[in-house]
Design a protein around this ligand. Structure first.
Ligand SMILES: C[S@@+](CC[C@H](N)C(=O)[O-])C[C@H]1O[C@@H](n2cnc3c(N)ncnc32)[C@H](O)[C@@H]1O
Length: 356
Protein backbone atom coordinates (compact mmCIF):
# COMPACT_ATOMS: atom_id res chain seq x y z
CA UNK A 1 0.00 0.00 0.00
CA UNK A 2 1.49 3.32 -1.06
CA UNK A 3 1.03 6.62 0.76
CA UNK A 4 -1.38 7.86 -1.92
CA UNK A 5 -3.70 4.90 -1.30
CA UNK A 6 -3.27 5.12 2.46
CA UNK A 7 -4.34 8.78 2.33
CA UNK A 8 -7.39 7.80 0.28
CA UNK A 9 -8.33 5.08 2.78
CA UNK A 10 -8.10 7.58 5.63
CA UNK A 11 -10.21 10.12 3.71
CA UNK A 12 -13.09 7.64 3.49
CA UNK A 13 -13.37 7.33 7.28
CA UNK A 14 -14.33 3.69 6.74
CA UNK A 15 -13.78 1.41 9.70
CA UNK A 16 -14.06 -2.00 8.07
CA UNK A 17 -12.87 -3.51 4.82
CA UNK A 18 -14.31 -6.28 2.68
CA UNK A 19 -13.06 -8.01 -0.47
CA UNK A 20 -15.84 -9.50 -2.66
CA UNK A 21 -13.19 -11.56 -4.56
CA UNK A 22 -11.15 -12.37 -1.48
CA UNK A 23 -8.97 -15.32 -2.58
CA UNK A 24 -6.44 -15.89 0.18
CA UNK A 25 -7.13 -12.48 1.68
CA UNK A 26 -3.76 -10.88 0.91
CA UNK A 27 -5.23 -7.46 0.10
CA UNK A 28 -7.45 -7.54 3.15
CA UNK A 29 -4.49 -8.27 5.38
CA UNK A 30 -2.76 -5.10 4.18
CA UNK A 31 -5.79 -2.90 4.67
CA UNK A 32 -6.81 -4.49 7.94
CA UNK A 33 -3.41 -3.88 9.48
CA UNK A 34 -3.55 -0.34 8.24
CA UNK A 35 -6.98 0.41 9.65
CA UNK A 36 -6.40 -1.71 12.72
CA UNK A 37 -9.71 -3.37 12.01
CA UNK A 38 -8.72 -7.02 12.29
CA UNK A 39 -10.25 -7.50 15.70
CA UNK A 40 -13.26 -5.27 15.28
CA UNK A 41 -16.73 -6.63 15.74
CA UNK A 42 -18.23 -7.18 12.31
CA UNK A 43 -21.74 -8.28 13.30
CA UNK A 44 -21.26 -11.64 11.63
CA UNK A 45 -20.61 -10.03 8.24
CA UNK A 46 -17.65 -11.76 6.60
CA UNK A 47 -14.61 -9.71 5.60
CA UNK A 48 -14.43 -11.55 2.34
CA UNK A 49 -16.48 -13.40 -0.27
CA UNK A 50 -15.38 -15.87 -2.87
CA UNK A 51 -16.94 -18.35 -5.25
CA UNK A 52 -14.34 -20.99 -4.39
CA UNK A 53 -15.75 -23.12 -1.55
CA UNK A 54 -12.35 -24.36 -0.35
CA UNK A 55 -11.02 -20.80 -0.05
CA UNK A 56 -14.17 -19.78 1.81
CA UNK A 57 -13.81 -22.64 4.27
CA UNK A 58 -10.13 -21.95 4.87
CA UNK A 59 -10.61 -18.21 5.41
CA UNK A 60 -14.14 -18.00 6.81
CA UNK A 61 -15.37 -16.04 3.79
CA UNK A 62 -18.97 -15.99 2.66
CA UNK A 63 -19.66 -18.10 -0.42
CA UNK A 64 -20.92 -15.67 -3.04
CA UNK A 65 -20.94 -15.08 -6.79
CA UNK A 66 -19.83 -11.44 -6.64
CA UNK A 67 -19.96 -11.02 -10.43
CA UNK A 68 -23.74 -11.42 -10.06
CA UNK A 69 -24.52 -9.69 -6.78
CA UNK A 70 -22.74 -8.49 -3.64
CA UNK A 71 -24.65 -8.40 -0.33
CA UNK A 72 -25.56 -4.90 0.87
CA UNK A 73 -23.09 -3.14 3.22
CA UNK A 74 -23.43 0.17 5.01
CA UNK A 75 -21.04 3.07 4.41
CA UNK A 76 -18.67 1.97 7.19
CA UNK A 77 -17.35 -0.66 4.80
CA UNK A 78 -14.53 -0.01 2.37
CA UNK A 79 -14.42 -2.37 -0.60
CA UNK A 80 -10.88 -3.37 -1.51
CA UNK A 81 -10.42 -5.93 -4.23
CA UNK A 82 -8.73 -7.33 -7.28
CA UNK A 83 -11.44 -9.06 -9.26
CA UNK A 84 -10.73 -11.82 -11.79
CA UNK A 85 -9.37 -10.55 -15.14
CA UNK A 86 -10.64 -12.24 -18.30
CA UNK A 87 -11.55 -10.55 -21.56
CA UNK A 88 -14.57 -11.82 -23.50
CA UNK A 89 -12.20 -12.14 -26.46
CA UNK A 90 -9.85 -14.51 -24.57
CA UNK A 91 -12.79 -16.39 -23.08
CA UNK A 92 -14.15 -17.01 -26.59
CA UNK A 93 -10.75 -17.91 -28.07
CA UNK A 94 -9.97 -20.36 -25.23
CA UNK A 95 -13.57 -21.65 -25.09
CA UNK A 96 -13.87 -20.79 -21.38
CA UNK A 97 -17.64 -21.28 -21.28
CA UNK A 98 -17.98 -20.73 -17.50
CA UNK A 99 -17.75 -16.98 -18.06
CA UNK A 100 -20.42 -16.90 -20.81
CA UNK A 101 -23.27 -16.17 -18.40
CA UNK A 102 -21.54 -13.03 -17.05
CA UNK A 103 -20.87 -11.59 -20.50
CA UNK A 104 -24.43 -12.43 -21.59
CA UNK A 105 -25.83 -10.56 -18.56
CA UNK A 106 -23.44 -7.63 -19.12
CA UNK A 107 -23.12 -7.27 -22.92
CA UNK A 108 -21.64 -3.76 -22.56
CA UNK A 109 -18.59 -5.07 -20.63
CA UNK A 110 -15.67 -6.68 -22.41
CA UNK A 111 -13.80 -8.05 -19.37
CA UNK A 112 -14.77 -9.79 -16.12
CA UNK A 113 -12.87 -7.20 -14.09
CA UNK A 114 -15.22 -4.50 -15.45
CA UNK A 115 -18.23 -6.54 -14.34
CA UNK A 116 -16.60 -7.03 -10.92
CA UNK A 117 -15.95 -3.29 -10.53
CA UNK A 118 -19.49 -2.49 -11.65
CA UNK A 119 -20.90 -4.74 -8.90
CA UNK A 120 -18.56 -3.18 -6.28
CA UNK A 121 -19.56 0.38 -7.26
CA UNK A 122 -23.25 -0.58 -7.10
CA UNK A 123 -22.78 -1.87 -3.56
CA UNK A 124 -20.19 0.36 -1.87
CA UNK A 125 -19.63 4.10 -1.45
CA UNK A 126 -15.85 3.67 -1.42
CA UNK A 127 -13.97 1.19 -3.59
CA UNK A 128 -10.31 0.41 -4.18
CA UNK A 129 -9.55 -1.93 -7.08
CA UNK A 130 -6.34 -3.35 -8.48
CA UNK A 131 -7.24 -3.69 -12.13
CA UNK A 132 -5.55 -3.75 -15.56
CA UNK A 133 -4.14 -0.41 -16.71
CA UNK A 134 -6.27 -0.64 -19.88
CA UNK A 135 -9.09 0.57 -17.61
CA UNK A 136 -7.64 4.08 -17.77
CA UNK A 137 -8.25 4.40 -21.53
CA UNK A 138 -11.61 2.62 -21.40
CA UNK A 139 -13.44 5.78 -20.19
CA UNK A 140 -15.66 3.54 -18.04
CA UNK A 141 -16.80 4.06 -14.46
CA UNK A 142 -14.99 7.38 -14.17
CA UNK A 143 -17.84 9.42 -12.73
CA UNK A 144 -16.81 8.69 -9.10
CA UNK A 145 -13.13 8.10 -9.75
CA UNK A 146 -10.82 10.06 -7.41
CA UNK A 147 -7.40 8.80 -8.45
CA UNK A 148 -5.43 6.06 -10.14
CA UNK A 149 -1.92 4.99 -9.23
CA UNK A 150 -0.11 3.14 -12.02
CA UNK A 151 2.22 0.53 -10.58
CA UNK A 152 5.10 -0.29 -12.91
CA UNK A 153 6.56 -3.01 -10.76
CA UNK A 154 4.37 -6.08 -11.16
CA UNK A 155 2.78 -6.82 -7.75
CA UNK A 156 1.63 -10.32 -8.78
CA UNK A 157 3.49 -13.60 -9.31
CA UNK A 158 0.85 -15.22 -11.50
CA UNK A 159 0.17 -12.54 -14.14
CA UNK A 160 2.14 -9.98 -16.13
CA UNK A 161 -0.84 -7.69 -16.75
CA UNK A 162 0.14 -4.02 -16.37
CA UNK A 163 -1.99 -2.86 -13.44
CA UNK A 164 -3.05 0.22 -11.55
CA UNK A 165 -4.85 0.91 -8.29
CA UNK A 166 -8.09 2.85 -8.76
CA UNK A 167 -9.94 4.63 -5.95
CA UNK A 168 -13.60 5.66 -6.17
CA UNK A 169 -15.66 7.54 -3.62
CA UNK A 170 -19.40 8.13 -3.42
CA UNK A 171 -19.45 11.71 -4.76
CA UNK A 172 -19.55 12.51 -8.46
CA UNK A 173 -16.22 13.63 -9.92
CA UNK A 174 -15.47 15.19 -13.30
CA UNK A 175 -11.70 14.71 -13.23
CA UNK A 176 -9.23 12.54 -11.33
CA UNK A 177 -5.56 12.51 -10.42
CA UNK A 178 -3.12 10.18 -12.16
CA UNK A 179 -0.13 8.92 -10.18
CA UNK A 180 2.63 6.70 -11.39
CA UNK A 181 4.58 4.72 -8.80
CA UNK A 182 3.08 7.01 -6.15
CA UNK A 183 4.26 10.25 -7.86
CA UNK A 184 1.64 12.66 -9.20
CA UNK A 185 1.69 12.88 -13.02
CA UNK A 186 -1.28 15.26 -13.29
CA UNK A 187 -5.02 15.61 -13.64
CA UNK A 188 -6.47 13.38 -16.36
CA UNK A 189 -8.23 16.19 -18.26
CA UNK A 190 -4.98 18.20 -18.43
CA UNK A 191 -3.03 15.15 -19.57
CA UNK A 192 -5.55 14.57 -22.35
CA UNK A 193 -4.85 18.07 -23.64
CA UNK A 194 -1.26 17.01 -24.40
CA UNK A 195 -2.54 14.77 -27.21
CA UNK A 196 -2.20 16.84 -30.42
CA UNK A 197 -5.42 18.37 -31.74
CA UNK A 198 -4.89 19.03 -35.45
CA UNK A 199 -7.16 21.32 -37.50
CA UNK A 200 -9.85 19.75 -39.66
CA UNK A 201 -8.22 18.70 -42.89
CA UNK A 202 -8.92 17.08 -46.23
CA UNK A 203 -5.70 15.08 -45.96
CA UNK A 204 -6.29 11.32 -46.01
CA UNK A 205 -4.29 9.09 -43.67
CA UNK A 206 -4.72 5.36 -44.22
CA UNK A 207 -3.07 2.74 -42.01
CA UNK A 208 -2.03 -0.80 -43.01
CA UNK A 209 -1.36 0.12 -46.66
CA UNK A 210 1.24 -2.10 -48.33
CA UNK A 211 2.37 0.75 -50.60
CA UNK A 212 2.31 3.41 -47.86
CA UNK A 213 5.50 5.49 -47.71
CA UNK A 214 5.43 6.34 -44.00
CA UNK A 215 6.31 3.55 -41.54
CA UNK A 216 5.29 3.19 -37.90
CA UNK A 217 6.89 1.01 -35.26
CA UNK A 218 3.93 1.15 -32.89
CA UNK A 219 5.24 -0.63 -29.76
CA UNK A 220 8.20 0.03 -27.45
CA UNK A 221 10.69 -2.81 -27.51
CA UNK A 222 12.20 -4.10 -24.29
CA UNK A 223 15.27 -1.98 -24.94
CA UNK A 224 15.25 1.66 -23.94
CA UNK A 225 16.79 2.69 -27.27
CA UNK A 226 14.17 1.08 -29.51
CA UNK A 227 10.99 2.99 -28.82
CA UNK A 228 7.80 3.72 -30.77
CA UNK A 229 8.71 5.83 -33.80
CA UNK A 230 7.71 6.92 -37.27
CA UNK A 231 10.16 5.87 -39.98
CA UNK A 232 10.59 5.31 -43.66
CA UNK A 233 8.28 2.50 -44.84
CA UNK A 234 11.30 0.64 -46.18
CA UNK A 235 12.23 -0.14 -42.53
CA UNK A 236 8.97 -2.07 -42.08
CA UNK A 237 9.75 -5.55 -43.34
CA UNK A 238 6.75 -7.34 -41.79
CA UNK A 239 3.83 -8.35 -43.95
CA UNK A 240 1.10 -5.70 -43.72
CA UNK A 241 -2.33 -7.09 -42.86
CA UNK A 242 -5.66 -5.39 -42.13
CA UNK A 243 -5.11 -6.40 -38.51
CA UNK A 244 -1.51 -5.09 -38.23
CA UNK A 245 -1.04 -2.97 -35.11
CA UNK A 246 2.64 -3.16 -34.17
CA UNK A 247 4.36 -2.47 -37.46
CA UNK A 248 2.55 -0.72 -40.24
CA UNK A 249 2.82 1.38 -43.38
CA UNK A 250 0.75 4.50 -43.76
CA UNK A 251 -0.49 6.19 -46.92
CA UNK A 252 -0.90 9.96 -46.89
CA UNK A 253 -2.82 11.74 -49.65
CA UNK A 254 -1.58 14.14 -50.84
CA UNK A 255 1.90 12.95 -49.99
CA UNK A 256 4.24 15.68 -48.68
CA UNK A 257 7.38 16.21 -50.71
CA UNK A 258 9.87 15.89 -47.89
CA UNK A 259 9.05 12.61 -46.10
CA UNK A 260 12.11 12.58 -43.86
CA UNK A 261 11.22 16.07 -42.61
CA UNK A 262 7.69 14.85 -41.82
CA UNK A 263 9.12 11.82 -39.98
CA UNK A 264 11.36 14.07 -37.89
CA UNK A 265 8.52 16.42 -36.96
CA UNK A 266 6.16 13.50 -36.15
CA UNK A 267 8.75 11.90 -33.88
CA UNK A 268 9.38 15.21 -32.16
CA UNK A 269 5.65 15.72 -31.48
CA UNK A 270 5.40 12.11 -30.22
CA UNK A 271 8.37 12.56 -27.89
CA UNK A 272 7.03 15.87 -26.52
CA UNK A 273 3.68 14.21 -25.80
CA UNK A 274 5.37 11.25 -24.09
CA UNK A 275 7.45 13.51 -21.86
CA UNK A 276 4.54 15.81 -20.95
CA UNK A 277 2.25 12.90 -20.01
CA UNK A 278 4.91 10.47 -18.75
CA UNK A 279 3.33 8.06 -21.24
CA UNK A 280 0.07 7.60 -19.33
CA UNK A 281 -2.10 8.54 -22.35
CA UNK A 282 -0.59 5.64 -24.31
CA UNK A 283 -1.87 2.09 -23.95
CA UNK A 284 0.18 -0.10 -21.64
CA UNK A 285 1.77 -3.15 -23.20
CA UNK A 286 2.48 -6.43 -21.43
CA UNK A 287 5.95 -6.80 -19.93
CA UNK A 288 8.16 -3.91 -18.87
CA UNK A 289 11.31 -2.71 -20.60
CA UNK A 290 14.60 -4.05 -19.25
CA UNK A 291 15.01 -0.83 -17.23
CA UNK A 292 11.65 -1.46 -15.49
CA UNK A 293 9.71 1.20 -17.41
CA UNK A 294 6.36 0.06 -18.80
CA UNK A 295 6.25 -0.60 -22.55
CA UNK A 296 3.67 1.38 -24.51
CA UNK A 297 1.66 1.05 -27.71
CA UNK A 298 0.65 3.95 -29.95
CA UNK A 299 -2.89 3.44 -31.22
CA UNK A 300 -3.81 4.57 -34.72
CA UNK A 301 -6.16 7.34 -33.52
CA UNK A 302 -3.33 9.17 -31.71
CA UNK A 303 -0.84 8.31 -34.47
CA UNK A 304 -3.17 10.00 -36.98
CA UNK A 305 -3.44 13.15 -34.84
CA UNK A 306 0.36 13.30 -34.59
CA UNK A 307 0.79 12.94 -38.36
CA UNK A 308 -1.83 15.62 -39.10
CA UNK A 309 -0.23 17.97 -36.58
CA UNK A 310 3.17 17.26 -38.14
CA UNK A 311 1.73 17.99 -41.60
CA UNK A 312 0.51 21.38 -40.34
CA UNK A 313 4.00 22.10 -39.12
CA UNK A 314 5.48 20.64 -42.30
CA UNK A 315 3.22 22.94 -44.38
CA UNK A 316 4.37 25.90 -42.31
CA UNK A 317 8.00 24.91 -42.82
CA UNK A 318 7.45 24.67 -46.60
CA UNK A 319 5.93 28.14 -46.59
CA UNK A 320 8.84 29.50 -44.60
CA UNK A 321 11.24 27.98 -47.09
CA UNK A 322 9.31 29.35 -50.08
CA UNK A 323 9.09 32.74 -48.43
CA UNK A 324 12.84 32.95 -48.66
CA UNK A 325 12.94 31.50 -52.20
CA UNK A 326 10.26 33.82 -53.57
CA UNK A 327 11.02 36.98 -51.68
CA UNK A 328 7.86 37.09 -49.61
CA UNK A 329 5.37 36.46 -52.40
CA UNK A 330 3.74 33.61 -50.48
CA UNK A 331 2.82 35.79 -47.57
CA UNK A 332 1.21 38.43 -49.70
CA UNK A 333 -2.49 37.80 -49.21
CA UNK A 334 -3.29 39.58 -52.46
CA UNK A 335 -1.38 36.96 -54.41
CA UNK A 336 -3.63 33.91 -54.36
CA UNK A 337 -2.12 30.57 -55.30
CA UNK A 338 -4.03 30.53 -58.60
CA UNK A 339 -1.92 33.46 -59.70
CA UNK A 340 1.41 31.90 -58.76
CA UNK A 341 3.63 30.68 -61.56
CA UNK A 342 2.29 27.46 -63.04
CA UNK A 343 4.17 24.31 -62.06
CA UNK A 344 4.82 25.63 -58.58
CA UNK A 345 3.23 22.57 -56.96
CA UNK A 346 4.97 22.94 -53.67
CA UNK A 347 3.44 26.35 -53.16
CA UNK A 348 0.00 25.02 -54.10
CA UNK A 349 0.32 22.27 -51.54
CA UNK A 350 1.65 24.63 -48.96
CA UNK A 351 -1.34 26.91 -49.50
CA UNK A 352 -3.63 23.94 -49.29
CA UNK A 353 -2.36 23.18 -45.79
CA UNK A 354 -1.85 26.72 -44.60
CA UNK A 355 -4.58 28.85 -43.03
CA UNK A 356 -4.18 32.57 -43.47
C1 LIG B 1 -7.30 -12.35 -8.37
S1 LIG B 1 -7.99 -13.32 -7.11
C2 LIG B 1 -8.16 -12.25 -5.77
C3 LIG B 1 -7.10 -12.36 -4.78
C4 LIG B 1 -7.40 -11.66 -3.50
N1 LIG B 1 -7.92 -10.33 -3.68
C5 LIG B 1 -6.19 -11.63 -2.58
O1 LIG B 1 -5.77 -10.54 -2.19
O2 LIG B 1 -5.66 -12.68 -2.24
C6 LIG B 1 -9.59 -13.45 -7.68
C7 LIG B 1 -10.48 -14.27 -6.75
O3 LIG B 1 -11.81 -14.10 -7.24
C8 LIG B 1 -12.47 -15.33 -7.05
N2 LIG B 1 -13.62 -15.33 -7.96
C9 LIG B 1 -13.65 -15.59 -9.29
N3 LIG B 1 -14.90 -15.46 -9.77
C10 LIG B 1 -15.67 -15.09 -8.71
C11 LIG B 1 -17.04 -14.78 -8.57
N4 LIG B 1 -17.87 -14.85 -9.60
N5 LIG B 1 -17.49 -14.40 -7.35
C12 LIG B 1 -16.64 -14.35 -6.28
N6 LIG B 1 -15.34 -14.65 -6.36
C13 LIG B 1 -14.85 -15.00 -7.56
C14 LIG B 1 -11.44 -16.39 -7.33
O4 LIG B 1 -11.79 -17.62 -6.72
C15 LIG B 1 -10.20 -15.76 -6.75
O5 LIG B 1 -9.97 -16.19 -5.44
Amino acid sequence: MTSVIIDFIRSTACKKAVDPFAGKGDLLKHVSVLLEICDQENDGIPYGYDIDHALCRANVWGINDSLKHIPTHNNEWLCVTNPPYLSSHTAKAKKLVDSDCYFEDNPEESDLYMIGIKRCLETFDNVIGIIPETYLLSKKFQDRLVLVNIIEENPFDDTDFPVLVACWNKEATNDFKVYKNNELVGWWNDLQKQIPTPRKSQIEIKFNQKAGKLGLIGIDSSSETNKIRFCNASEIKAEIKVSSRNLTRIEITPMPKDLSHLINISNRILEEMRIATQDVVLAAFKGNRKDGVRRRRLDFAIAKKIILKALEKHGQDELDMLFHEHGGIVYNKAVRYKRLPTGCRTIRRAFHNYKF
